[in-house]
Design a protein around this ligand. Structure first.
Ligand SMILES: *[C@@H]1O[C@H](CO)[C@@H](O)[C@H](O)[C@H]1NC(C)=O
Length: 123
């Protein structure tokens, strides 16, 4: 009984990992090119790895010089020089409308904003 309950718990944990955010837990070969993020993402617990990509403009916004999660945020309109560090940390120079539109350095953990939905990257 204890064993089966434990298995059930592990299965629900995995379902959360595959369907929630934190895509990096279930995707590999994470790369960025311009505003496109691409990765090979597992479609289910025992499933295949599927190649997937997403335009980060659909998922990230610039809020007064600070990168945030935001549907159709179009951060590229006011950010430049973005780089991906490690697997999930994106750093850019983004304009701060509250301070004379100056560029400021800002980072975001893409794991907070990007999900793996059955092998497809999503916001
Ligand atoms: C963006 O990168 C270019 C090339 O490295 C550099 O000359 C420029 O100063 C950078 N812009 C900002 C706002 O950091």
């Amino acid at each position: 009984m204890q064993f089966s309950l434990k298995s059930l718990g592990m299965i629900s944990l995995f379902v959360m990992a595959v369907s929630g955010s934190k895509f990096a837990n279930t995707c590999e070969n994470i790369e960025s090119f311009g505003t496109t993020l691409s990765a090979d993402c597992r479609e289910s617990e025992q499933g295949n790895m599927i190649q997937s990509s997403i335009d980060l403009n659909r998922c990230i916004k610039n809020n007064k010089g600070s990168l945030k999660c935001g549907k159709n945020g179009n951060y590229q309109g006011s950010c430049i020089n973005c780089t991906l560090r490690g697997n999930t940390e994106m750093e850019c120079m983004c304009r701060n409308v509250a301070e004379g539109h100056r560029f400021v350095r800002t980072q975001i953990d893409l794991n907070k904003c990007i999900s793996n939905n059955h092998g497809q990257l999503g916001c």
